[in-house]
Design a protein around this ligand. Structure first.
Ligand SMILES: NC(=O)c1ccc[n+]([C@@H]2O[C@H](COP(=O)([O-])OP(=O)(O)OC[C@H]3O[C@@H](n4cnc5c(N)ncnc54)[C@H](O)[C@@H]3O)[C@@H](O)[C@H]2O)c1
Ligand SMILES: O=C[C@H](O)CS(=O)(=O)O
Length: 479
């Protein structure tokens, strides 16, 4: 069983009170790790370490910082099999998905090792002959990064790679369900030679208190949070007291619109990819499927055939497509959404059953038809393997219903009509739109949401902006 301490100021140290907490495998219920349960003093020590390390790290050249990021990329890739198994053991996703996430996570270090060298400023023609105008881009400072359990590696590297590239230092607080991957990554950052205090990892069972300390400390100049909209709103309120910059990657409720001219087999494949990745536990998973009324029955039949090929089980086993849900609450929510839909008139074409034993919770991949917008599944993020199909009559109706949600993270549509694809993608109120593409996420593109799905973007050149301040320097030339 893996045992980890806190990683603060380049050292591995126990919690101030020696307390630890267990990490369990959601597929078996077995304890797979024991990690330190940080005290308030430990968190303050991490902030102090990041604060002290910042001036030197910020003063290094971008080329110097880039060498560390590149080495981190190479180390993550060299350990991808080990990291994938560790991830599956604590989060449950099938091993091939875990390996894909590790490669995706490493990709942010590869991308930002290059992007570090392209943090350009400006000179602006002055309106006064004796003045010169310079615009500098400088690192924000100490960053607090709070991350979720569903992507234990990528949600960390998508934040800290640009932060380090910009010259910031970071305190990472991973989810209590999946700290092992974060701590193994910290070992690799240490091996890459990233200086003490530049990256710090604190783990704990009291995220509210840890968050309050990080948000209250004026030395922390930026908080970047990925998680539920509810907690994101709290973080945003807390950040106001010391005017921290915020990046919030929050909940989603993605619609997938299948138009009457779609290739039904291909459209069903894209819906399947988007809906059932990580057992439906991704923020960009399709949550609502709107199918044109003329093709709804044929589409549902094809989707069911594809869904019934999916194998549910322990993600460590070859051939498993759907791993366990993270906990009993997740299984209860999926069950509640199916029950509510059926009570209000929906029909289950496949799946619909929870398989729970002790702390282990599986949920069959499920397809519902006859879904209407009054049902919970159409109003709340399911975060589970439930695919509800509703029908629509025309394009305007589909767009109106797709936009009728407080969320605005990802949306999808399938059509072979180019004009319609562009027209609809422009009218969808979402930060990410997939046209005939159920898996748009990639390191070089901006990832993020509108409305209550968040603020800011991660990935690509846009992700660097979140960790930079813009400084205007005016120079008067005196004789
Ligand atoms: N937009 C994205 O990129 C993205 C990515 C992954 C997950 N999510 C969203 O996250 C949710 C699921 O993840 P989750 O269950 O880990 O979310 P969560 O909000 O419960 O937890 C996220 C992180 O915040 C911490 N946290 C919890 N309460 C806190 C508090 N009061 N103060 C400070 N930190 C606190 C947790 O320990 C964890 O590290 C879903 O809604 C999903 O859509 C969004
Ligand atoms: O759950 C949210 C992640 O951002 C998923 S993705 O792999 O980036 O699409």
């Amino acid at each position: 069983m893996l045992k980890y301490q806190l990683y603060i100021n380049g050292e591995w140290i126990p919690s101030g009170n020696g307390r630890t907490f267990s990490v369990t495998n959601p597929a078996t219920g077995e304890i797979v790790g024991e990690v330190a349960d940080a005290t308030t003093e430990d968190v303050r020590r991490a902030v102090e370490a990041a604060h002290r390390a910042f001036p030197d790290w910020a003063a290094r050249t971008a080329w110097d910082r880039a060498t560390y990021l590149r080495r981190a990329y190479e180390l993550i890739m060299a350990h991808q099999d080990e990291l994938a198994e560790l991830m599956t053991s604590e989060q449950g996703k099938p091993l091939p998905e875990a390996k894909g996430e590790v490669q995706y996570a490493a990709g942010f270090f590869e991308w930002y090792a290059e992007e570090a060298k392209r943090i350009y400023g400006d000179t602006i023609p002055a309106s006064h002959p004796d003045k010169r105008i310079l615009v500098l881009r400088q690192p924000v400072g100490v960053v607090a990064a709070i991350t979720p359990w569903n992507f234990p590696a990528a949600m960390i590297t998508r934040k800290i790679a640009p932060a380090l590239a910009a010259g910031c230092t970071v305190i990472v607080k991973p989810a209590e369900q999946t700290p092992l991957t974060a701590l193994r990554l910290a070992e690799l950052f240490q091996e890459a030679g990233i200086p003490a205090g530049v990256v710090n990892v604190v783990t704990g069972t009291d995220p509210r208190t840890i968050g309050e300390i990080l948000l209250r400390d004026e030395r922390v100049r930026k908080v970047t949070f990925t998680g539920s909209t509810e907690v994101g709103k709290l973080i945003m309120r807390q950040a106001a007291d010391t005017m921290k910059k915020v990046s919030l990657e929050l909940g989603g409720h993605a619609p997938f619109i299948v138009f009457e001219d779609a290739d039904l087999e291909k459209a069903a494949r894209e819906v399947l990819t988007s809906k059932f990745r990580n057992a439906g536990q991704t923020c960009v998973c399709t949550n609502r499927i709107y199918v044109h009324e003329t093709i709804a029955d044929a589409f549902a039949e094809i989707l069911v055939k594809q869904v019934e090929q999916l194998r549910v089980g322990n993600g460590m086993e070859a051939g498993v497509d759907i791993g366990p849900l993270i906990d009993g609450q997740a299984a209860e929510k999926a069950e509640r959404h199916v029950r509510d839909a059926v009570e209000k008139g929906a029909r289950v074409l496949t799946g619909g059953h929870r398989r729970s034993e002790g702390d282990v919770h599986f949920f069959e991949p499920t397809v519902l038809v006859g879904v209407t917008d009054e049902m919970l599944v159409q109003r709340e993020e399911t975060f589970g393997p439930v695919a509800p199909i509703a029908v629509f009559r025309d394009e305007d109706e589909a767009i109106r219903r797709a936009n009728d949600t407080p969320y605005g993270l990802a949306a999808y549509l399938y059509t072979r009509n180019l004009a319609r694809a562009i027209r609809v993608s422009e009218r969808l109120e979402y930060g990410i739109v997939g046209i005939n593409d159920g898996l748009p996420s990639t390191v070089q593109a901006p990832f993020g949401g509108m409305k209550e799905s968040g603020i800011g973007r991660e990935g690509g050149k846009y992700g660097m902006e979140e960790f930079l301040e813009t400084k205007y320097v005016s120079v008067r030339l005196h004789d």
